[in-house]
Structures are given as structure tokens and as C-alpha cells.
Design a protein around this ligand. Structure first.
Ligand code: CA
Length: 233
């Protein structure tokens, strides 16, 4: 398991003094920062570094911020926060054509910038984070937000424990999960080598999933359980 990685922000700002000021502030607030001064190098940098968010000035050498924003938007699903010196750019900045996610007016108030960045990242995690991502395996869909499991569009009635177990297995589809790991994760206790709780729930789950889907949950003797993704069926 890797350690938690700090979010990476690409900061596109040609005013080097301002860029360093913002960089320092962001780094002191738990972000990694990659500074780019030229508009025509942004796309390449985004492709290479895969940042979590971009802070983008509008007036830039090489390519202006408007063009950069459009260019990055068409290729990457990346939150973009615009720095603008002029209030009257805001309609255009937030409009459909440019589609930036938010803006901060210069002179930049660092605390405001950090608050906006955090809000965008939080929104992004809620929309795309693992806790809300609907999993699909052929006819089977698992929706963690609604805690609903459907087979061919029909709801399957699972207990809360069964849902948690299925979701724990399905989020790690293709990976064997040990009983020890599942006990700690689901039941917050160590597996004592005898307890049948997990096996009983697996068996219920297989019955409820029905003939076509039950085989997705495989027992791997001596190791644990494996959820089989579509590619394997
Ligand atoms: Ca500028």
C-alpha cells in the first residue's frame, strides 16, 4: 500500500513572483505544486504529470488562458480554477464555452484560493470518488450511494451486511481478498480461524445473485474470496 499522496496542483502563472508566492502558500497547506509559466506548454505538462487540479492565469505568453482552458478541457477531465484580473471576464470564464469550474479575482487572496481549491477537490471526490462510483459487471450493477444492487435492472434485496460484503469484494474485482482482511474491514475484528459469519454471508449472497452471477464470487481455498470481473467470465 502506498502512502496517501498529496493532491498535485498545476499552477499556470507567468508572473514569477506571484507564482512563487502562491506555490509557497499552497505547499504550506498540504498540496504539491508544479509551476508552468507558458501557456503553450500546459497541455503537455498536464499529460505528463496528471495533476488533480489546475490553477490558470488568463494572460500568458505562448497561448492565452482562454485557449489553454479549452485545449485542456477537450482532452482531460480536470477541475480548472481561473485567476482573472478583471471582473468582467467572469461570465465568459464560467460560461459553457470555456467551462472553468471556478475563479478567483486578482489580487489573489491566498486563503480564498486554498478554500476554493479544497471545495473543488471535495466536489470532485463526491462526484467521482470510490464511495460513490457505480460498479458495473455485465448485467450486475452495484450503486454504493443508493446501496442498491440490480441484476438486469431489477433490484436484488440484500441485507446491509450482504451489501457491504459484495461491495468490498467488487471494488477489488480480480484480486483475492483474505478472510483476515475482510473481517477487519467489515466486522472490525480479527478472524479467529473458526468463525463462520463470512462464509454464511457469502453463501446467502450467491443465492441472491442467482445462477448467472453467483459464480462471480469464487472461493480460493486457503486464501479467501475473489470477485470475478467480466473479462474473466
Ligand atoms: Ca499573466
Amino acid at each position: 500500500m502506498s502512502a496517501v499522496t498529496l493532491p498535485l496542483i498545476v499552477l499556470v502563472e507567468d508572473d514569477q513572483r506571484l507564482a512563487e508566492l502562491i506555490r509557497t502558500y499552497l505547499e504550506n497547506n498540504g498540496f504539491r505544486v508544479s509551476v508552468e509559466h507558458r501557456g503553450d506548454r500546459v497541455l503537455e505538462r498536464v499529460q505528463r504529470e496528471k495533476p488533480d487540479l489546475m490553477v490558470l492565469d488568463l494572460g500568458l505568453p505562448g497561448r492565452d488562458g482562454f485557449a489553454v482552458c479549452r485545449e485542456v478541457r477537450t482532452a482531460h477531465d480536470l477541475p480548472i480554477l481561473i485567476l482573472t484580473a478583471r471582473d468582467n471576464d467572469i461570465d465568459q470564464v464560467l460560461g459553457l464555452e470555456l467551462g472553468a469550474d471556478d475563479y478567483v479575482v486578482k489580487p489573489v487572496e491566498p486563503r480564498v484560493l486554498v478554500a476554493r481549491i479544497n471545495a473543488l477537490l471535495r466536489r470532485r471526490r463526491m462526484a467521482y470518488g470510490p464511495e460513490h462510483k457505480i460498479l458495473r459487471f455485465g448485467a450486475l450493477t452495484i450503486d454504493p450511494a443508493a446501496r442498491a444492487v440490480k441484476l438486469d435492472g431489477r433490484l436484488i434485496a440484500l441485507t446491509s451486511n450482504e451489501f457491504d460484503l459484495l461491495y468490498a469484494l467488487a471494488t477489488k474485482a480480480g484480486e483475492v481478498q483474505s478472510r483476515e482482511t475482510l473481517y477487519l474491514q467489515l466486522y472490525k475484528r480479527e478472524y479467529d480461524g473458526l468463525d463462520r459469519t463470512l462464509d454464511v454471508r457469502i453463501s446467502h449472497l450467491r443465492k441472491k445473485l442467482g445462477d448467472t452471477q453467483a459464480a462471480r464470487i469464487r472461493t480460493v481455498w486457503g486464501h479467501g474470496y475473489l470477485f470475478v470481473p467480466d473479462a474473466w467470465t
